[in-house]
Design a protein around this ligand. Structure first.
Ligand code: GPK
Length: 830
């Protein structure tokens, strides 16, 4: 039956071949024999896009017919990476395409390798959004992403003499093969202007927002294929363009230059992704971006709703809006403004609708990442929204006063507007007050939200707070990234686990099967060989696949403690070269990650990693046992190459700081063992895989918090007491790792020994180093290692983003799947 269906769908090798050659001729204007790899990549992408768009239209029709509720995921970031191979796997045409490409004298891997990453995100938060889109489509759920169509994604990282250099990432050239422009669905966004206080014909207070500037939002749709290829949802990204109406007016007034200036100003809005994973205080353009996303999205959502309904009573039953962090929190004010000012819904009723529609996910407790915008900026940019924020706040504080009369501290603490100077609007408070659900992203993180971030809100609305532990899509992080492991598992337990990841449990007995263990280790070795080439081609460092690959890849941030990893490496280096203690197995430390361009300490760490690596490489006593490689330009595609090759996954954040982590899940799914602190989702991972199959070290969040409060962390005392800690820290203060750049790392000694050192590096160092030693020792016993790694794979199914999305759908969104009809399944639908 499958064969016949493929004919109807145009998914056979023949049909795909014809489609590729047609696109070569008619979309690109080249003859097949003269086509470059890039041409073939584009022609294939267009062929895939044709088929996805067809399914997207059918999916949309199915949703419309069902009248089902829809979920809109508002996010400033969607870190998609490459799409082609992922789509070929989802549509199950990878093999047919491979054959068709052979006829064109090339191969599918080479062609997929032509694609550049869509890096429309910084890290975890953006990649989570991309995994969620994949899961919603794979679960046949009407869930759609809304984001910004940045011209420039996250910067590209070059390394020069160990220092990070940033280069712009012009993603836009890649976009046409992935998306369709939907000029028909463009919208107009007002900003700036003033309020005129008027009265309506009944004499009621009627403020008018006048004199605004207009910007046009042009949507681009990227099809998101669910696994199996029948449900295709869309990610809608808005680009800012000058409003033609406004333009024409100025042109007509004869002010040509001002009109052109205006045009350039408007287009700035979607020009670039801000490269910081916490927000940029006071950056006006960033606030404009956030508002632009919210305004375009809500316009679209309301328009879609109005196709079927003439009043707003059913809005919360047909629409759910999830805010990915506070970046789109202005949605609370914008939805109120639309309902009250444009749809004439009474304020109280509008508030009820808004609250029942919107839900908010918090992703961090870091104080510097909590968004606050100056009231003066909002007054200028969004005067009408600010009025709604005041009204919401007034109403809310009235309730607080009734519940806790006279508790001024509590009021000050909970107020959406923070007393100045300068007075600021707290976006987290706005989101918590405006949403019916507030969720954290791991059990520990949610607990800390309740206890330390927002205890007063939790006391007021305990039922509002809930946990949704993050997950990752097994389609990308297993099928695409590690096809050989996928095939090995499928041989063992049969198909179906890719959409039902808990079924990996069936692998458990194979952990005792020597033949399976041997094959498992072979797959890992193959992946390490593949990574060896990637590293050699980008760094000229030659790594040995027989060594233990110990990997830490993620944003460079003090709380993630790449520095503690380096201290561990120096410890092992000194032990080896000065005390003659060899590691149980040769080790390769692999790092990758970007530092925010303005984050000095993070950039110094990149330099330190390089210099420590060079010192070791120059030392004949050390170089056969230890090696350090920093792979430049970390991105989704590099993660897909590194993670399947890892033996050890380092997840060593200061407990209480990493909200969840998702890299930890990707590594475990690919059979790496975790060295980790009791932070974020590491805790839940350890519960699932079993304490004996993970290396846990360091203080707990509770212990850290206690020491902080008591002021009892005394790193200098630890340095004085522990000779090895002293040697490691002193080596940094010396020029040992910077012989040609004297004094470069001296600051690190002061940093590490300061009583107010926020991230407790030295407090965890000894426990960490011991744990590393144990893991290296156990690595030597291949049978033991394979068993533990396989048990990690077998028991990590819980962390599929399918599970996460089901929980969001059941517990927050009230969203149900709308599966393909029989006609869609047979491909007979016209
Ligand atoms: C959290 F607040 C933020 C942010 O601005 N960017 C970002 O990537 C991450 N995050 C957390 O740091 C991770 O612990 C978490 O797994 C991820 O968001 C997804 O929830």
């Amino acid at each position: 039956m499958e064969g016949e269906l493929y004919v109807r769908l145009g998914y056979t090798m023949d049909a795909l071949y014809r489609s590729i050659t047609r696109h070569l001729a008619y979309s690109l204007g080249v003859v097949p024999t003269q086509a470059s790899k890039r041409d073939i990549y584009l022609a294939l992408s267009y062929s895939v896009r044709d088929r996805l768009l067809e399914k997207m239209l059918k999916t949309n029709q199915r949703y419309e017919d069902s009248g089902a509720k829809r979920l809109y995921y508002l996010s400033m970031e969607f870190l998609i990476g490459r799409s082609l191979a992922n789509n070929l796997r989802a549509m199950k045409i990878y093999d047919q395409v491979a054959e068709a490409l052979e006829l064109l004298g090339t191969d599918v891997e080479t062609i997929c390798d032509q694609e550049r990453d869509a890096a429309l995100g910084n890290g975890g938060l953006g990649r989570l959004a991309a995994c969620f889109l994949d899961s919603m489509a794979s679960l046949d759920m009407p869930g759609f992403g809304y984001g910004l169509h940045y011209d420039y994604g996250l910067f590209e990282q070059d390394i020069s003499n160990g220092y990070q250099r940033e280069k712009p990432d012009s993603w836009i050239s890649e976009a046409p093969a992935l998306q369709v422009e939907r000029a028909d669905a463009a919208c107009i966004v007002p900003m700036y202007g003033r309020i005129e206080e008027t009265k309506d014909k009944w004499g009621r207070h009627n403020p008018l927002w006048l004199g605004w500037n207009l910007v046009t939002g042009v949507p681009y749709d990227i099809p998101i294929a669910g696994y199996g290829g029948l449900t295709v949802n869309r990610l809608r990204l808005f680009a800012a363009r000058p409003s033609t109406e406004f333009d024409i007016k100025i042109f007509n007034e004869g002010d040509y230059l001002r009109a052109v200036e205006q045009k350039i100003e408007s287009e700035k809005i979607s020009k670039i992704l801000y490269p910081k994973d916490s927000y940029e205080a006071g950056r006006e353009l960033r606030l404009i971006q956030e508002y632009f996303l919210v305004a375009c999205s809500l316009n679209d959502i309301v328009r879609t709703y109005e196709k079927d309904y003439s009043d707003y009573n059913k809005f919360p039953e047909k629409v759910a809006i999830q805010l990915n962090d506070t970046h789109p929190a202005l949605a609370v004010a914008e939805l109120m403004r639309i309902l009250v000012d444009q749809k004439w819904v009474p304020w109280e009723r509008a508030w009820d609708i808004t609250n029942r529609t919107i839900a908010y996910t918090n992703h961090t407790l870091l104080p510097e990442a909590l968004e606050k915008w100056p009231e003066s900026l909002l007054a200028r940019l969004l005067p009408r929204h600010l009025q709604f924020i005041y009204d919401i706040n007034q109403q809310f504080l009235d309730r607080v006063v009734t519940l806790w009369p006279g508790d001024v501290d509590r009021m000050r603490n909970m107020s959406i507007v923070e007393e100045g100077p300068p007075r600021q609007v707290r976006m987290a408070n706005l989101a918590i007050v405006g949403a019916h659900s507030v969720n954290g992203v791991s059990a520990l993180h949610t607990d800390l939200i309740k206890k330390s971030l927002a205890p007063n809100f939790f006391e007021m609305w305990p039922e509002r707070f809930n946990n949704k532990t993050n997950g990752i899509t097994p389609r990308r992080w297993l099928c695409v990234a590690n096809p050989n492991l996928h095939d090995l598992i499928e041989d063992a337990i049969g198909p179906g686990f890719v959409t039902d990841l808990e079924r990996l449990r069936e692998l458990e007995p194979f952990a005792e099967d020597p033949v399976f263990c041997e094959k498992f280790l072979q797959v890992k070795h193959g992946n390490k060989e593949r990574l060896k080439d990637v590293i050699f081609n980008t760094t000229v460092v030659e790594v040995d696949p027989a060594s233990l690959f110990d990997v830490q890849v993620k944003r460079i941030h003090e709380y993630k403690r790449q520095l503690m990893n380096v201290l561990g490496i120096i410890w092992e280096y000194l032990a080896l070269t000065e005390d003659g203690v060899e590691p149980a197995n040769p080790k390769t430390f692999i790092f990758a990650g970007k530092a925010a361009p303005g984050y000095w300490a993070a950039k110094q760490l990149i330099k330190l990693i390089h210099n420590v690596g060079n010192t070791i490489e120059d030392d004949p006593k050390a170089r056969d046992f230890l090696k350090v490689a920093f792979a430049p330009n970390f991105r989704v595609t590099l993660a897909e190459q590194i993670i399947p090759a890892a033996d050890i996954s380092q997840q060593i954040s200061t407990a209480g700081f990493e909200a969840s982590g998702t890299g930890n899940m990707k590594f475990a799914l690919n059979g790496a063992l975790t060295i980790g602190t009791m932070d974020g989702a590491n805790i839940e991972i350890s519960q699932k895989v079993g304490r004996e199959n993970i290396y846990i070290c360091g203080l707990t969040a509770y212990e850290i918090e206690k020491m902080k409060r008591a002021g009892s962390y005394k790193p200098k005392a630890m340095y004085d007491k522990h000779p090895m800690i002293k040697r490691v820290v002193d080596s940094l203060a010396s020029d040992r790792f910077c012989p040609r750049e004297s004094g470069l790392f001296a600051w690190l000694k002061d940093y590490l020994l300061a009583d107010n050192e926020m991230f407790f590096h030295l407090a965890d160092l000894e426990s960490y180093v011991k744990t590393r030693e144990l893991s290296t020792k156990e690595y030597v016993d291949k049978t033991l290692w394979a068993k533990k790694a396989i048990l990690n794979v077998a028991r990590v199914g819980h962390f599929s983003s399918d599970r996460t999305i089901r929980q969001y759908a059941d517990e927050i969104w009230d969203l149900v799947p709308i599966p393909p009809t029989e006609a869609e399944k047979s491909g007979k639908l016209k």
